[in-house]
Design a binder for this molecule. Structure first.
Ligand SMILES: [Zn+2]
Length: 56
C-alpha cells in the first residue's frame, strides 16, 4: 500500500514518489492556487509547498 503524502512534501518528492502518488498529485494540483517561489511547483493548498505564494 502506498504511504500518504505529508505536508510540505510536494517540493521534495522524488521522481519515484511522484509516480507512486500520481493520482493524489493530480487531485492536489489540478486547481492549484499556490505556487512555490523556490521550486515552481503548484498546489491547491499552501501546506504542500515549502515557499508558497498565492497565484490567484
Ligand atoms: Zn518548494
Amino acid at each position: 500500500m502506498a504511504k500518504s503524502l505529508k505536508p510540505k512534501s510536494l517540493c521534495k518528492l522524488s521522481r519515484h514518489e511522484i509516480e507512486e502518488h500520481f493520482a493524489d498529485l493530480a487531485r492536489l494540483t489540478h486547481s492549484s492556487q499556490y505556487l512555490c517561489t523556490k521550486c515552481a511547483r503548484s498546489a491547491q493548498d499552501k501546506k504542500w509547498l515549502c515557499k508558497p505564494q498565492k497565484a490567484r
